[in-house]
Write a protein that binds this ligand. Structure first.
Ligand code: ATP
Length: 328
């Protein structure tokens, strides 16, 4: 750990060479301190070239988060949010789950997540400047029992945000992924991880984690054990990550307000219009390791997935089930 790692990365973000000597002078420290700070960046998975006689350089320029741009992009609802930009954290979800007194609508966004999480102990892969990873704490008067369709509602907000940025072909996979199909293969662009606090009866709070692939290097994308894609590939124009975060928060505010008032049912038709697997054959992976094959029919008013199987129409709740394309 070095207090200089992120200040140095902010300078290196321009993609140019910066000599160890110039950096040492800038921060009024020794070149060894700079070297140690760069080592720490490398330990965080940040690739930093070190060339004798020229200094340090990132493989290419990167964009770091700019709080003012995020707030500007949220627009009128910016006053709702408390934004916290962190340089390095294990997981924004874990961090917010530990802040029991965090204010409603606190959003924590991190430049680097060292232990990004998926569901059930899985890992979310991200990289400095190439991913957007954030979590939003939302407090509800209702109990956790009434939040069953929440991850689907969040998916609607993500698609609305993408549509407003000109990305119109993203779809939703029940219960928590945003997909874009490339070469007939659905690929994951973003994931949602929701963790709940509070009573089943209420009040309750949800920590809504979102991971978005912005421009992951090919070798990182191909290291992920299921098809993945990034925003640079699917968007025809460049999308700034601070603007993206702002637009996502704006749409999350709208969708979560609607969810609070009407539940998932008010968003169900819109969700179905983005549904990637409607009438498609799938495999359902069950917690006991077995699989059920069936044809996806729809989702119910409470977000339960309806699948036509050999046993008839079966209902699956999000908790422990994973859905896979029959061909994967
Ligand atoms: P489920 O259908 O149960 O949601 P899932 O495999 O999509 O299954 P998640 O917990 O939602 O599981 O997401 C974690 C998984 O997503 C990882 O195990 C990995 O396969 C994949 N993954 C990890 N990082 C990324 C990423 N940056 N982009 C796309 N996919 C990723």
């Amino acid at each position: 750990m070095s207090q200089f790692t992120f200040p140095i990365l902010h300078l290196l973000a321009d993609g140019q060479f910066h000599s160890g000597e110039a950096l040492a002078q800038h921060f009024k420290v020794t070149r060894a301190t700079i070297w140690n700070a760069v080592q720490h960046a490398q330990n965080l998975g940040v690739e930093v070239f070190s060339v004798r006689g020229r200094g340090y350089k990132l493989p290419q320029a990167i964009e770091l988060l700019d709080e003012k741009l995020v707030l500007a992009a949220i627009g009128e609802q910016r006053a709702w949010f408390k934004l916290e930009v962190l340089d390095e954290i294990t997981s924004t979800n874990t961090y917010l789950m530990q802040q029991k007194n965090a204010a409603h609508a606190t959003c924590v966004v991190a430049h680097v997540q060292t232990h990004g999480k998926g569901r059930r102990g899985r890992t979310w892969v991200s990289q400095l400047g190439a991913s957007l990873t954030f979590s939003l704490l939302w407090r509800f008067q209702c109990g956790a029992a009434a939040l069953s369709g929440l991850s689907l509602a969040v998916g609607v907000a993500l698609i609305r945000a993408l549509n407003s940025l000109g990305v119109n072909d993203a779809q939703l996979k029940w219960p928590n992924d945003v997909l874009v199909t490339e070469n007939n293969t659905p690929k994951k662009l973003a994931g949602i991880l929701i963790e709940l606090q509070g009573d089943l009866e209420g009040p309750s709070a949800a920590v809504i984690g979102v991971g978005f692939n912005l421009n992951l290097p090919d070798k990182v994308l191909s290291s992920i054990d299921q098809p993945a894609i990034d925003l640079t590939t699917v968007s025809t124009s460049p999308i700034n990550q601070s603007a993206l975060l702002g637009v996502l928060l704006k749409h999350l505010a709208d969708v979560l307000s609607s969810f609070e008032q009407h539940g998932f049912v008010g968003l169900r038709d819109e969700w179905l219009s983005y549904h990637a697997y409607e009438n498609k054959p799938v495999r359902m992976l069950l917690p006991n390791g077995t699989e059920v094959v069936g044809l996806v029919k729809s989702v119910a008013d409470d977000g339960i997935l309806l699948v036509e199987t050999a046993l008839g129409l079966q209902r699956f709740s999000a908790g422990e089930i994973s859905l896979r394309n029959l061909s994967l």
